[in-house]
Design a protein around this ligand. Structure first.
Ligand code: ZN
Length: 142
């Protein structure tokens, strides 16, 4: 069994700058096969796992990763939830994760890290990576 590539990443989704990714390869494969064709190259280029050594190693980080894994494991069965008890457990896992994420992100200089790790011409405008278009050519500008 191969080890999951998990961790904090930039641009896992086009409208979220930084988030925890449970399975990098699965998401990359999804982008390659399911996203609109014209968006795929840009999404693949900007989606990057942040090297562990660049992240502050605090107890809040450990809590964030632990709750992130629990949330994503609960999410796997999201569409098969048939009872309120399981649904409540899922919602709780999500809330705990969101709180741990918010706390840990206060320890990270997200803008500086983004500038250091991401493409120098990243088109992220605070809301989307598609601010200048969807093709890879937007990275060539300027
Ligand atoms: Zn970026």
């Amino acid at each position: 069994m191969t080890r999951l590539k998990s961790g904090l990443a930039f641009h896992c989704h086009h409208d979220i700058l930084l988030e925890y990714v449970y399975d990098y390869d699965e998401r990359l494969n999804f982008i390659k096969t399911e996203k609109r064709f014209v968006e795929r190259e840009l999404r693949k280029t900007l989606f990057v796992l942040i090297p562990e050594k660049l992240l502050p190693n605090t107890s809040q980080k450990a809590a964030y990763i632990k709750t992130g894994a629990a949330y994503y494991e609960a999410k796997v069965d999201l569409y098969e939830i048939t009872n309120d008890k399981t649904w409540a457990a899922y919602n709780k896992a999500e809330a705990v994760y969101n709180k741990a994420e918010a706390v840990y992100k206060t320890y990270i200089d997200v803008q500086a890290l983004h500038k250091q790790v991401c493409h120098p011409n990243c088109p992220w405008d605070g809301k989307t990576i598609f601010s200048k278009g969807t093709s890879l050519e937007v990275l060539n500008n300027e």
